[in-house]
Design a protein around this ligand. Structure first.
Ligand code: 13P
Length: 231
């Protein structure tokens, strides 16, 4: 890993943090972000406003909890534990987006009221049990809620979204917030019908086949629509 690579990674993290606040999925000094890097990971510092944060403020951490630079996010344990236990994931994003946090304050999971819930990898977006911020107990609860998933809510706290890239994790966090907002709105008309597990299995398989939301359709994934030459 060259110094230029590391600087580019740090800059890309600052950019995502600013977008988190700019799009409204995070506010104030809430939220944190990590990216697997070399033998360890890069993580946002604790309590530093994103609009003043610079690439050199990002903290380099090892999996044993040692770090170089500023004090890392108070949530370094769940970032470390998720990156350690999920080789499919390189980015962990945590934010207090308003609607996801609204649902999490009721300790409710988001059920399959809409097919897009499948984007997080299952029939629900689970809600982790409450534990004090920054604790190992919160990390353990988050890891359980994220089993086989790319996102979860944190009881009376916020949400965590995962990705292979910074863009994917940001996209997932935005989708979770949109779904939570829809769910809160849908509940104002009464309890909605929930899609069956069989239907959600089809949805998730179809999403995987199409890299839904995350990339171009792989060749042969769509047997009806085909690109043709212009003219
Ligand atoms: P940090 O500033 O320490 O990352 O804490 C913010 C937060 O959201 C705690 O859950």
């Amino acid at each position: 890993m060259t110094i230029a690579d590391e600087h580019a990674a740090r800059s890309a993290m600052v950019d995502i943090c600013r977008r988190m606040n700019g799009t409204g999925i995070n506010q104030g000094n809430a939220g944190n972000l990590s990216l697997r890097h070399g033998d360890g990971f890069l993580i946002t510092p604790s309590s530093l406003a994103y609009d003043v944060m610079q690439p050199e403020d990002i903290v380099a951490m090892a999996f044993d909890g040692t770090y170089v630079g500023r004090r890392p996010s108070s949530e370094w344990r769940f970032h470390r534990d998720i990156l350690k236990n999920r080789p499919d994931i390189d980015v962990v994003l945590h934010c207090h987006s308003v609607y996801a946090t609204t649902v999490a304050c009721h300790h409710k999971a988001i059920p399959a009221f809409h097919y897009m819930v499948g984007l997080a990898g299952g029939t629900t977006i689970r809600c982790a049990a409450y534990a004090t911020f920054g604790t190992q107990a919160l990390s353990d609860a988050a890891l359980t809620a994220l089993e086989g998933r790319l996102a979860c809510l944190l009881g009376q706290h916020g949400q965590i979204s995962l990705g292979k890239t910074l863009e994917q994790a940001f996209h997932m966090a935005t989708e979770v917030e949109t779904l939570a907002r829809l769910y809160v709105q849908v509940l104002t008309l009464g309890e909605p019908p929930i899609l069956s597990d069989e239907e959600m299995e089809r949805v998730i398989a179809q999403m995987k086949r199409m890299s839904y939301g995350f990339g171009p359709e792989p060749e042969g994934s769509n047997d009806v629509a085909r690109p043709r030459a212009a003219g």
